[in-house]
Design a binder for this molecule. Structure first.
Ligand code: DSN
Length: 411
Protein backbone atom coordinates (compact mmCIF):
# COMPACT_ATOMS: atom_id res chain seq x y z
CA UNK A 1 0.00 0.00 0.00
CA UNK A 2 1.73 3.25 -1.07
CA UNK A 3 1.89 6.13 1.39
CA UNK A 4 -0.15 9.22 0.56
CA UNK A 5 3.02 10.98 -0.57
CA UNK A 6 4.06 8.06 -2.79
CA UNK A 7 0.61 8.07 -4.37
CA UNK A 8 0.46 11.85 -4.87
CA UNK A 9 4.03 12.69 -5.79
CA UNK A 10 6.21 9.65 -6.32
CA UNK A 11 9.20 11.75 -7.35
CA UNK A 12 9.32 13.72 -4.08
CA UNK A 13 8.50 10.56 -2.13
CA UNK A 14 11.45 8.83 -3.78
CA UNK A 15 13.78 11.74 -3.01
CA UNK A 16 12.74 11.78 0.66
CA UNK A 17 13.11 8.00 0.90
CA UNK A 18 16.56 8.33 -0.65
CA UNK A 19 17.59 10.92 1.93
CA UNK A 20 16.25 8.74 4.74
CA UNK A 21 18.31 5.85 3.41
CA UNK A 22 21.42 8.06 3.12
CA UNK A 23 21.05 9.14 6.74
CA UNK A 24 20.51 5.51 7.77
CA UNK A 25 23.56 4.18 5.90
CA UNK A 26 26.11 6.86 6.79
CA UNK A 27 27.47 8.46 9.95
CA UNK A 28 26.84 12.19 10.31
CA UNK A 29 29.87 14.01 11.71
CA UNK A 30 28.60 17.50 10.93
CA UNK A 31 28.50 19.21 14.35
CA UNK A 32 25.50 21.39 13.43
CA UNK A 33 23.28 18.47 12.40
CA UNK A 34 21.39 15.87 14.39
CA UNK A 35 18.62 13.25 14.14
CA UNK A 36 15.34 14.47 15.67
CA UNK A 37 12.96 12.21 17.56
CA UNK A 38 9.80 10.83 15.90
CA UNK A 39 7.79 13.19 18.15
CA UNK A 40 9.64 16.27 16.86
CA UNK A 41 9.18 14.98 13.31
CA UNK A 42 5.45 14.45 13.88
CA UNK A 43 4.95 18.01 15.14
CA UNK A 44 6.94 19.38 12.21
CA UNK A 45 4.72 17.53 9.77
CA UNK A 46 1.45 18.59 11.41
CA UNK A 47 -1.55 20.66 10.27
CA UNK A 48 -0.10 23.63 12.11
CA UNK A 49 1.65 24.37 8.82
CA UNK A 50 -1.77 25.55 7.54
CA UNK A 51 -2.09 28.51 9.90
CA UNK A 52 -1.15 32.18 9.68
CA UNK A 53 -0.52 33.90 13.02
CA UNK A 54 1.28 37.19 12.53
CA UNK A 55 1.64 38.90 15.88
CA UNK A 56 2.07 37.38 19.33
CA UNK A 57 -0.26 35.30 21.55
CA UNK A 58 -3.59 37.12 22.14
CA UNK A 59 -2.43 39.92 19.77
CA UNK A 60 -2.76 38.35 16.31
CA UNK A 61 -3.75 39.80 12.97
CA UNK A 62 -5.72 36.65 12.05
CA UNK A 63 -8.64 34.91 13.72
CA UNK A 64 -8.57 31.27 14.72
CA UNK A 65 -5.37 31.45 16.72
CA UNK A 66 -6.46 30.34 20.19
CA UNK A 67 -4.74 26.98 19.82
CA UNK A 68 -1.68 28.43 18.13
CA UNK A 69 -1.41 30.87 21.04
CA UNK A 70 -1.29 27.87 23.36
CA UNK A 71 1.45 26.26 21.28
CA UNK A 72 3.59 29.39 21.21
CA UNK A 73 3.07 30.11 24.92
CA UNK A 74 4.01 26.53 25.78
CA UNK A 75 7.19 26.67 23.68
CA UNK A 76 8.21 30.03 25.19
CA UNK A 77 7.48 28.82 28.74
CA UNK A 78 9.57 25.68 28.20
CA UNK A 79 12.43 27.77 26.77
CA UNK A 80 12.33 30.12 29.77
CA UNK A 81 12.33 27.20 32.22
CA UNK A 82 15.06 25.23 30.46
CA UNK A 83 17.47 28.13 29.98
CA UNK A 84 16.59 30.09 33.13
CA UNK A 85 15.66 33.31 31.33
CA UNK A 86 12.83 35.80 31.79
CA UNK A 87 11.86 36.12 28.14
CA UNK A 88 11.88 33.84 25.11
CA UNK A 89 10.83 34.63 21.55
CA UNK A 90 10.37 31.38 19.63
CA UNK A 91 9.40 32.93 16.29
CA UNK A 92 12.74 33.50 14.46
CA UNK A 93 12.69 31.39 11.33
CA UNK A 94 16.30 30.30 11.64
CA UNK A 95 19.67 31.33 13.02
CA UNK A 96 20.63 34.10 10.60
CA UNK A 97 17.24 35.89 10.87
CA UNK A 98 17.40 35.56 14.67
CA UNK A 99 20.82 37.18 14.70
CA UNK A 100 19.64 39.91 12.35
CA UNK A 101 16.82 40.62 14.79
CA UNK A 102 19.44 41.29 17.48
CA UNK A 103 20.88 44.06 15.28
CA UNK A 104 17.37 45.37 14.56
CA UNK A 105 16.61 45.45 18.29
CA UNK A 106 19.69 47.31 19.47
CA UNK A 107 21.56 48.98 16.58
CA UNK A 108 21.07 51.51 13.80
CA UNK A 109 22.78 51.02 10.44
CA UNK A 110 26.38 52.19 10.67
CA UNK A 111 26.74 51.33 14.36
CA UNK A 112 29.76 49.29 15.41
CA UNK A 113 29.58 45.56 16.11
CA UNK A 114 32.41 43.43 17.48
CA UNK A 115 32.19 39.75 16.58
CA UNK A 116 34.41 36.73 16.08
CA UNK A 117 35.88 36.50 12.58
CA UNK A 118 34.27 33.78 10.47
CA UNK A 119 37.65 32.28 9.59
CA UNK A 120 38.54 32.07 13.28
CA UNK A 121 35.32 30.23 14.20
CA UNK A 122 32.66 32.96 14.24
CA UNK A 123 29.51 33.19 12.13
CA UNK A 124 28.67 35.09 8.95
CA UNK A 125 26.10 37.15 10.83
CA UNK A 126 28.58 38.37 13.43
CA UNK A 127 29.71 41.06 10.98
CA UNK A 128 31.47 39.16 8.18
CA UNK A 129 31.87 41.27 5.03
CA UNK A 130 29.66 39.29 2.64
CA UNK A 131 26.75 39.33 5.11
CA UNK A 132 24.52 42.40 5.41
CA UNK A 133 25.69 42.50 9.02
CA UNK A 134 29.16 43.38 7.70
CA UNK A 135 27.82 45.76 5.04
CA UNK A 136 25.16 47.67 6.96
CA UNK A 137 27.11 47.90 10.21
CA UNK A 138 30.68 48.85 11.02
CA UNK A 139 32.15 45.47 11.87
CA UNK A 140 35.28 44.89 13.92
CA UNK A 141 36.52 41.33 14.44
CA UNK A 142 38.45 39.39 16.99
CA UNK A 143 40.09 36.03 16.38
CA UNK A 144 42.05 33.43 18.27
CA UNK A 145 45.67 33.39 19.38
CA UNK A 146 48.00 31.75 16.87
CA UNK A 147 49.80 29.78 19.60
CA UNK A 148 46.72 28.47 21.45
CA UNK A 149 43.90 28.56 18.88
CA UNK A 150 41.72 30.07 21.62
CA UNK A 151 40.05 33.50 21.94
CA UNK A 152 42.25 36.00 23.71
CA UNK A 153 40.04 38.12 25.96
CA UNK A 154 42.81 40.72 26.35
CA UNK A 155 42.66 41.26 22.57
CA UNK A 156 38.84 41.45 22.70
CA UNK A 157 39.08 44.02 25.49
CA UNK A 158 41.64 46.15 23.64
CA UNK A 159 39.47 46.12 20.52
CA UNK A 160 36.35 46.96 22.49
CA UNK A 161 38.05 49.86 24.29
CA UNK A 162 39.38 51.22 21.00
CA UNK A 163 36.30 50.70 18.79
CA UNK A 164 33.50 51.20 21.37
CA UNK A 165 31.07 48.68 19.80
CA UNK A 166 27.38 48.96 20.55
CA UNK A 167 27.03 45.18 20.23
CA UNK A 168 29.47 42.38 21.04
CA UNK A 169 28.92 38.78 19.92
CA UNK A 170 30.40 35.75 21.61
CA UNK A 171 29.98 32.23 20.30
CA UNK A 172 30.22 30.93 16.75
CA UNK A 173 30.31 27.92 14.48
CA UNK A 174 33.74 26.38 14.87
CA UNK A 175 34.75 26.93 18.49
CA UNK A 176 35.96 23.72 20.17
CA UNK A 177 36.51 25.30 23.60
CA UNK A 178 34.33 26.56 26.46
CA UNK A 179 33.10 30.13 25.96
CA UNK A 180 33.93 32.47 28.84
CA UNK A 181 30.61 34.33 29.03
CA UNK A 182 31.57 36.08 32.27
CA UNK A 183 34.80 37.34 30.68
CA UNK A 184 32.91 38.75 27.70
CA UNK A 185 30.34 40.30 30.05
CA UNK A 186 33.06 42.17 31.94
CA UNK A 187 34.28 43.67 28.65
CA UNK A 188 30.80 44.55 27.42
CA UNK A 189 30.06 46.18 30.79
CA UNK A 190 33.26 48.23 30.59
CA UNK A 191 32.36 49.71 27.19
CA UNK A 192 28.57 49.82 27.61
CA UNK A 193 27.90 47.34 24.79
CA UNK A 194 25.01 44.94 24.45
CA UNK A 195 26.38 41.40 24.77
CA UNK A 196 24.80 38.68 22.64
CA UNK A 197 25.73 35.01 22.97
CA UNK A 198 25.18 32.93 19.86
CA UNK A 199 24.89 29.47 21.39
CA UNK A 200 23.40 27.74 18.36
CA UNK A 201 26.03 25.01 18.48
CA UNK A 202 26.02 24.41 22.21
CA UNK A 203 22.39 25.05 23.21
CA UNK A 204 21.82 21.36 23.89
CA UNK A 205 25.02 21.17 25.95
CA UNK A 206 23.85 24.16 28.01
CA UNK A 207 20.42 22.59 28.48
CA UNK A 208 22.09 19.34 29.56
CA UNK A 209 24.56 21.17 31.81
CA UNK A 210 27.58 20.06 29.81
CA UNK A 211 28.57 23.68 29.09
CA UNK A 212 28.20 26.72 31.37
CA UNK A 213 25.12 28.85 30.73
CA UNK A 214 25.34 32.40 29.38
CA UNK A 215 22.05 33.30 31.09
CA UNK A 216 23.53 35.08 34.14
CA UNK A 217 25.97 37.08 32.02
CA UNK A 218 24.61 38.24 28.66
CA UNK A 219 21.86 40.54 27.40
CA UNK A 220 20.62 38.25 24.64
CA UNK A 221 20.95 34.54 23.92
CA UNK A 222 20.46 33.62 20.27
CA UNK A 223 20.20 30.00 19.27
CA UNK A 224 19.02 27.71 16.56
CA UNK A 225 17.02 24.73 17.72
CA UNK A 226 18.28 21.99 15.40
CA UNK A 227 21.87 21.34 16.47
CA UNK A 228 22.78 19.88 19.86
CA UNK A 229 19.29 20.86 21.08
CA UNK A 230 17.93 18.24 18.63
CA UNK A 231 14.80 20.10 17.57
CA UNK A 232 13.39 21.21 14.23
CA UNK A 233 15.08 23.79 12.03
CA UNK A 234 14.21 27.01 13.85
CA UNK A 235 15.59 29.54 16.28
CA UNK A 236 14.92 31.42 19.52
CA UNK A 237 15.99 34.67 21.15
CA UNK A 238 16.11 34.83 24.94
CA UNK A 239 16.75 37.73 27.28
CA UNK A 240 15.85 39.43 30.52
CA UNK A 241 12.40 41.06 30.70
CA UNK A 242 14.13 44.43 30.16
CA UNK A 243 14.89 43.60 26.51
CA UNK A 244 11.71 41.65 25.75
CA UNK A 245 9.89 44.43 23.93
CA UNK A 246 12.85 45.44 21.76
CA UNK A 247 13.46 41.82 20.73
CA UNK A 248 9.82 41.03 20.03
CA UNK A 249 9.37 44.16 17.91
CA UNK A 250 12.56 43.40 15.99
CA UNK A 251 11.38 39.87 15.10
CA UNK A 252 7.81 40.96 14.27
CA UNK A 253 7.00 43.33 12.64
CA UNK A 254 10.65 44.35 12.20
CA UNK A 255 11.88 41.42 10.14
CA UNK A 256 9.31 38.67 9.74
CA UNK A 257 5.71 38.02 8.88
CA UNK A 258 3.94 34.95 10.17
CA UNK A 259 5.86 32.48 12.32
CA UNK A 260 6.09 28.82 11.28
CA UNK A 261 3.65 27.35 13.80
CA UNK A 262 4.45 23.73 12.97
CA UNK A 263 8.08 24.51 13.79
CA UNK A 264 7.03 26.25 17.03
CA UNK A 265 5.19 23.08 18.08
CA UNK A 266 8.20 20.96 17.26
CA UNK A 267 10.44 23.35 19.24
CA UNK A 268 8.07 22.87 22.20
CA UNK A 269 8.47 19.09 21.86
CA UNK A 270 12.26 19.34 21.61
CA UNK A 271 12.39 21.58 24.71
CA UNK A 272 10.25 19.04 26.60
CA UNK A 273 12.65 16.28 25.57
CA UNK A 274 15.66 18.41 26.54
CA UNK A 275 14.18 18.95 30.01
CA UNK A 276 14.21 15.20 30.76
CA UNK A 277 17.02 13.72 32.88
CA UNK A 278 18.07 11.51 29.94
CA UNK A 279 18.99 14.60 27.96
CA UNK A 280 21.60 15.52 30.56
CA UNK A 281 23.18 12.12 29.97
CA UNK A 282 22.97 12.73 26.23
CA UNK A 283 24.70 16.13 26.47
CA UNK A 284 27.55 14.73 28.56
CA UNK A 285 27.87 11.72 26.23
CA UNK A 286 28.24 14.08 23.25
CA UNK A 287 31.21 15.74 24.94
CA UNK A 288 32.75 12.44 26.09
CA UNK A 289 32.51 11.13 22.53
CA UNK A 290 34.11 14.27 21.08
CA UNK A 291 36.96 14.11 23.58
CA UNK A 292 37.52 10.41 22.81
CA UNK A 293 37.39 11.01 19.06
CA UNK A 294 39.87 13.87 19.43
CA UNK A 295 42.30 11.77 21.45
CA UNK A 296 42.09 8.94 18.92
CA UNK A 297 42.79 11.35 16.05
CA UNK A 298 45.73 12.93 17.88
CA UNK A 299 47.17 9.43 18.38
CA UNK A 300 46.98 9.02 14.61
CA UNK A 301 48.96 12.21 14.04
CA UNK A 302 46.17 14.73 13.47
CA UNK A 303 46.41 18.34 14.63
CA UNK A 304 43.33 19.70 16.35
CA UNK A 305 42.86 23.45 16.57
CA UNK A 306 43.36 24.36 20.26
CA UNK A 307 44.71 20.85 20.85
CA UNK A 308 41.36 19.20 21.52
CA UNK A 309 37.83 19.98 22.54
CA UNK A 310 35.65 20.85 25.53
CA UNK A 311 32.40 20.41 23.66
CA UNK A 312 30.81 18.59 20.70
CA UNK A 313 33.15 19.83 17.97
CA UNK A 314 36.61 19.16 16.59
CA UNK A 315 38.41 21.35 14.09
CA UNK A 316 41.04 19.23 12.36
CA UNK A 317 43.96 20.95 10.60
CA UNK A 318 45.10 18.67 7.78
CA UNK A 319 48.22 20.66 6.89
CA UNK A 320 50.51 17.95 8.28
CA UNK A 321 48.70 15.32 6.19
CA UNK A 322 49.24 17.48 3.08
CA UNK A 323 45.59 17.08 2.13
CA UNK A 324 43.09 19.90 1.51
CA UNK A 325 39.95 19.94 3.63
CA UNK A 326 37.66 19.73 0.62
CA UNK A 327 39.40 16.70 -0.88
CA UNK A 328 39.32 15.05 2.55
CA UNK A 329 35.61 15.79 3.11
CA UNK A 330 34.74 14.44 -0.33
CA UNK A 331 36.75 11.26 0.23
CA UNK A 332 35.15 10.77 3.64
CA UNK A 333 31.69 11.11 2.14
CA UNK A 334 32.52 8.27 -0.25
CA UNK A 335 33.55 6.29 2.84
CA UNK A 336 30.17 6.96 4.49
CA UNK A 337 31.45 9.61 6.91
CA UNK A 338 29.70 12.92 6.32
CA UNK A 339 31.49 16.05 7.54
CA UNK A 340 32.23 19.53 6.20
CA UNK A 341 35.44 21.21 5.06
CA UNK A 342 36.29 24.23 7.15
CA UNK A 343 38.88 26.98 7.40
CA UNK A 344 41.29 26.78 10.30
CA UNK A 345 42.51 29.97 12.03
CA UNK A 346 45.16 31.79 9.93
CA UNK A 347 44.35 29.48 7.04
CA UNK A 348 46.62 30.15 4.05
CA UNK A 349 44.18 28.29 1.75
CA UNK A 350 40.97 29.76 0.25
CA UNK A 351 37.53 29.24 1.90
CA UNK A 352 36.34 26.87 -0.83
CA UNK A 353 39.41 24.66 -0.42
CA UNK A 354 40.57 25.28 3.16
CA UNK A 355 43.02 23.37 5.35
CA UNK A 356 40.59 21.71 7.69
CA UNK A 357 37.55 19.61 8.32
CA UNK A 358 35.02 20.15 11.10
CA UNK A 359 33.74 17.12 12.99
CA UNK A 360 31.10 16.73 15.68
CA UNK A 361 29.49 14.03 17.77
CA UNK A 362 25.83 15.12 18.40
CA UNK A 363 24.34 12.89 15.69
CA UNK A 364 26.58 9.88 16.45
CA UNK A 365 25.60 10.16 20.11
CA UNK A 366 21.90 10.30 19.24
CA UNK A 367 22.36 6.98 17.43
CA UNK A 368 23.78 5.51 20.64
CA UNK A 369 27.47 5.41 19.80
CA UNK A 370 29.72 5.62 22.85
CA UNK A 371 33.37 6.37 23.58
CA UNK A 372 34.08 2.69 22.82
CA UNK A 373 33.25 3.35 19.16
CA UNK A 374 35.40 6.45 18.72
CA UNK A 375 38.68 4.62 18.05
CA UNK A 376 37.00 2.94 15.06
CA UNK A 377 35.52 6.23 13.85
CA UNK A 378 38.98 7.85 14.07
CA UNK A 379 40.54 4.91 12.21
CA UNK A 380 37.96 5.19 9.44
CA UNK A 381 38.56 8.94 9.18
CA UNK A 382 42.29 8.29 8.94
CA UNK A 383 41.88 5.47 6.39
CA UNK A 384 39.44 7.57 4.36
CA UNK A 385 41.80 10.55 4.24
CA UNK A 386 44.80 8.36 3.35
CA UNK A 387 42.92 6.15 0.86
CA UNK A 388 44.73 5.85 -2.45
CA UNK A 389 41.81 4.56 -4.49
CA UNK A 390 38.06 3.93 -4.53
CA UNK A 391 38.54 0.33 -3.42
CA UNK A 392 40.09 1.52 -0.15
CA UNK A 393 37.22 3.96 0.39
CA UNK A 394 34.72 1.22 -0.38
CA UNK A 395 36.31 -1.03 2.27
CA UNK A 396 35.86 1.73 4.87
CA UNK A 397 32.32 2.44 3.67
CA UNK A 398 31.29 -1.18 4.25
CA UNK A 399 32.60 -1.10 7.83
CA UNK A 400 30.92 2.28 8.48
CA UNK A 401 27.64 1.01 7.10
CA UNK A 402 27.73 -2.06 9.31
CA UNK A 403 28.01 0.14 12.43
CA UNK A 404 25.44 2.60 11.08
CA UNK A 405 22.94 -0.23 10.60
CA UNK A 406 23.59 -1.51 14.11
CA UNK A 407 22.81 1.98 15.48
CA UNK A 408 20.01 3.42 13.31
CA UNK A 409 18.72 6.96 13.76
CA UNK A 410 15.53 7.19 15.86
CA UNK A 411 12.36 6.46 13.88
N1 DSN B 1 25.05 26.94 11.51
C1 DSN B 1 26.29 26.97 10.85
C2 DSN B 1 27.00 25.69 11.03
O1 DSN B 1 27.69 25.65 12.00
O2 DSN B 1 26.92 24.74 10.27
C3 DSN B 1 26.18 27.49 9.52
O3 DSN B 1 25.43 28.68 9.54
Amino acid sequence: MPTVLEATDPRVAELIAGEEQRQHDTLCLIPSENHVSPAVLAATGSVLTNKYSEGYPTRRYYQGNAIIDGVEELAAERARDLFGVEHANVQPLSGAPANLAVYAAFLEPGDTVLGMALDAGGHLTHGWGVSVTGRWFRAVRYGVRRDTGVVDLDEVRQLALRERPKLIWCGGTAIPRTIDFAGFAAIAGEVGAVLAADVAHIAGLIAGEAHPSPAPHVDVIATTTHKTLRGPRGAMLMSSARHAKAIDRAVFPGLQGGPHDHTTAAIAVALHEAAQPAFTDYAHAIVANAVALGEALIERGYDLVSGGTDNHLLLVDLTAQNVGGRVAAEALERAGLVCNYNAVPFDPRPPLDPSGIRLGTPALTTRGLTTDHMADVARWIDEGIRAKDNAALERVRREVEELAHAFPPPR
